[in-house]
Design a binder for this molecule. Structure first.
Ligand code: GAL
Length: 552
């Protein structure tokens, strides 16, 4: 580690059964030896609480704290993350083991940071979760009338007359209720956050000078609103594993780094996990070719990461992740991976993290992402892909989140912001009124915060500022041609198109084939642009370069 320039190590993630082998019987000495050893060599520790993996004795004692899937299957231990974040026994046990670590190691000189849990993201439908979901809904809606209205429960006879009739969105006969589905994701984010906070608060109180964080994991399955969570950690920390084995991995890395800086509101953040030698695509691992690890690592540092951390130091002999990425592999330290890490360590010694100063921001909204995974949409729209495509087309951008001001930006880009409440629509309206450029893509502003469609034409919340009215969606099975009026440049649109009426805007590009031939495809109303289809990467980059206000 010293040769490689390692100065920070995460320890204890998932170590619960080693730290508390029997209920109430603790063995912390081995961890003390590890921390002492690190300290003796000038290496500091990020000490994790092990609560992402309760030991077998725990689930035997508290079977009610095991998670239940949407199909009603009660999972058992034997993997990891087998807990319900709302089960009282789990919460109590998590507090207790965290308190033990705090008591023993809170003053250890190696302690640099606390790492609560690991990658919060577990979903549960057990009776504890159901009760907690009902309480969360009562708190949000106060009355059943308000809930019935928000969820449009008159449709298909779903009207609730008693809070106890409400279930989590478990397996049902046909399409579930979109409002219920969306609120459940919100609830999951808050339930997990409460599980984090109940560990964080005593730690903070006892060691106020030691930052507390948790590592953010990002993916469609994660019901966590990281922009909200970022306010509860002392340092935003992310895990980043690109899933594209080709050149797209670099775009994914840039996206993850810019997003992390957005969560950190431009401040410091940390790449807490990354893979030294592998890229994981679904079902297959790919060796990172020489140089790629450094490229990914430095891309994060350039975007503000205070360092580069890897999962994992040493590849284990057994266990589910025995073939996962590592600095010291099964082959030992005489490897090109280790040598590359040593070279990176050398480089990082003299580097300072980048401080990008972008004047373009993309609006990212976890809730719109969740809603666009909901039931009964006109076509499968991959929200993340929409945002990534916009980010790639821009090359670099900051991220902002609903509720945040945008006044430091000249251009605000709004891809597929399906849910838009009145307050956020006002923020965008004001941005244009104050002379800013706005670029909105299809499916934005269609619904209110309850995933109810705004009436009178799309994009309901932004019709006035965009000067258009969308009468009808035309999701595409194949490409459609469009042409820019001023330049006669032709492009192909994908995935989506719309029948647009101009109400003040002008058509910058027009559909040239298909059933919308001759109708507007891309419109402009002053400095407010609307893209009703998805351009290919080159066309998207070209139009962004033309529209984005680059004046400083
Ligand atoms: C991370 C996780 C680690 C390990 C790693 C494997 O998401 O936090 O514990 O599972 O993935 O690549």
């Amino acid at each position: 580690m010293r040769t490689a320039g390692v100065n920070l190590v995460t320890v204890g993630v998932f170590a619960w059964s080693s730290l508390e082998p029997r209920p109430g019987v603790f063995d912390l000495d081995w961890l003390a030896r590890v921390l002492d050893l690190l300290h003796a060599h000038g290496i500091r520790a990020v000490l994790a609480t092990p609560t992402a993996s309760p030991p077998p004795w725990f689930s035997r004692l508290h079977p009610d704290a095991l998670p239940v899937t949407a199909d009603g299957v009660r999972l058992t231990h034997g993997s990891r993350d087998t807990y319900c974040p709302s089960a009282p026994a789990y919460l109590a046990a998590a507090r207790a083991i965290a308190a033990k670590l705090l008591e023993r190691f809170g003053t250890h000189p190696a302690l640099a940071m606390w790492h609560v849990h690991n990658e919060y993201g577990a979903v549960c439908h057990c009776p504890h979760s159901t009760a907690a979901f009902r309480a969360w809904l009562r708190d949000r809606y106060r009355t059943l009338d308000a809930l019935n209205d928000a969820w449009t429960t008159a449709f298909w006879s779903q009207g609730y007359g008693d809070w106890d009739e409400i279930e989590t969105p478990r397996a049902t006969r046909y399409l579930a209720n979109p409002g219920q589905d969306l609120d459940f994701r919100r609830f999951c984010s808050d339930a997990l956050l409460a599980a984090y906070v109940q560990q964080r608060d005593p730690i903070r109180a006892a060691t106020p000078d030691v930052p507390v964080t948790t590592n953010f994991v990002f993916g469609a399955w994660v019901p966590v609103d990281h922009a909200r969570w970022a306010r509860e950690v002392d340092l935003v920390a992310i895990d980043d594993y690109p899933s594209d084995a080709g050149p797209g991995a670099q775009d994914q890395t840039a996206f993850a780094g810019d997003l992390a800086r957005g969560w950190a509101r431009g401040g410091p953040w940390l790449l807490m996990e990354s893979a030294p030698n592998l890229i994981y695509t679904p079902g297959r691992m790919h060796a990172k070719e020489p140089g790629r690890m450094a490229a990914h690592s430095l891309a994060h540092v350039a975007r503000g990461s205070r360092g580069v951390m890897f999962f994992q130091w040493r590849q284990p002999r057994g266990g589910a992740e025995r073939f996962h990425s590592a600095v010291i592999t099964h082959a030992g330290a005489d490897t090109r991976v280790y040598r590359e890490v040593v070279a990176l360590g050398d480089k990082l010694r003299t580097m300072t993290p980048g401080v990008p100063d972008n004047r373009t921001a993309i609006v990212f909204d976890a809730h719109s992402w969740w809603a666009l995974q909901g039931p009964g949409l006109p076509a499968p729209v991959d929200y993340l892909d929409e945002v990534r495509a916009a980010h790639k087309a821009l090359g670099a951008a900051d991220f902002v989140f609903p509720g945040e001001p945008v006044d430091r930006y000249r251009t605000v880009v709004v891809p597929a912001l399906y849910l838009l409440d009145d307050a956020q629509a006002d923020v965008l309206r004001r941005h244009v009124r104050d002379g800013g450029t706005l670029i909105v893509s299809y499916l934005s502003g269609v619904c209110d915060e309850h995933a109810r469609v705004r009436l009178g034409g799309h994009p309901g919340a932004l019709r006035d500022v965009l000067g258009i009215r969308v009468e009808e969606f035309h999701p595409l099975a194949g490409p459609v041609g469009l042409e820019f009026g001023a330049t006669a440049v032709r492009e192909n649109g994908m995935f989506w198109s719309e029948r647009i009426h101009l109400e003040g805007a002008v058509a910058e590009a027009t559909y040239v084939d298909g059933s919308l031939e001759g109708l507007p495809a891309i419109t402009r109303h002053g400095k407010a642009w609307y893209l009703s289809t998805r351009l290919g990467p080159d066309g998207y980059a070209r139009i962004m370069a033309e529209i984005v206000d680059t004046e400083r």
